[in-house]
Design a protein around this ligand. Sequence first.
Ligand code: PMP
Length: 298
Amino acid sequence: MAATLVPYHDRDGFIWFDGKLVPWREANLHILTHGLHYASAVFEGERAYGGQIFKLHEHSQRLIDSARMLDFEIPYTIEEIDAACNEAMKANKLVDCYVRPIAWRGSEQMGVSAQLNKIHLAVAAWDWGSYFDPQERLRGIRIGLAQYRRPDPATIPAKAKATGLYMICTIEKHRAEKAGYADALMYDWRGRVAECTGANIFFVKDGALHTPTPDCFLDGITRRTVIDLAKRRGIAVHERTIMPEELPSFTECFIVGTAAEVTPVREIGPHNYQPGRVSEQLLNDYMAAVQPAKNAAE
Ligand code: PMP
């Protein structure tokens, strides 16, 4: 039986919308919103642990930077964006939650040009447990191979966390789920190993970490955190080009992201991995690092 869905538009609580908290069900837009028609929208995905949003300031900075890559300026300072995220969390009495800021072009002009459109910002927060089935997650998830590739940065602002870049991610996530996988590994436009549909990827070989150089996809905040944690443990980290032919040579694999946290992988298509010592160590280190006491010391 399908799990009961509680639609995101029909919930109790408050959403921070253009400077004030509005009742959840009233946080609506007009149909002729530029962001909907032309993907002129950027967003963030943050997690709070014990009432503190992990690396909030970095997320707010990335939101501002993503908007600039799409040629718009969010009409709030970084401090105001930080405060809006905290307000959205607190208004819903949440302490362990997911936080989603989104900025977009409004509906003053319709058509590709949107010079006069107002820029909006909203922040929602909700309780979001494990991104993957918690049982699966510890055993390692199974991921398939995507058909679409991460695009050439000469074709799109590939480093922005922009809605348009997720069109192919949703297609690939659906394709993977239909084939019984939890996610899909995407190659980049040159055929190199890149990332999953919403997370970065790491491999382990001879006790060292190997991860693709993020030259055409998001250099995730979790990715950078995990690299720091590994270095502190004395684990060598190799950021480099990884070709699909190398996939069978790794022993462990895990994916990382704000929503996914650190999730071991046991299969990528025909290749098998054994979630092991290095994945477990970094999963534990990451879960310790996000706790408020450590977080405050950053
Ligand atoms: N790649 C993609 C495509 C993502 O959506 C995410 C999640 N934001 C990541 C990587 C990981 O980024 P972060 O660790 O900053 O959440």
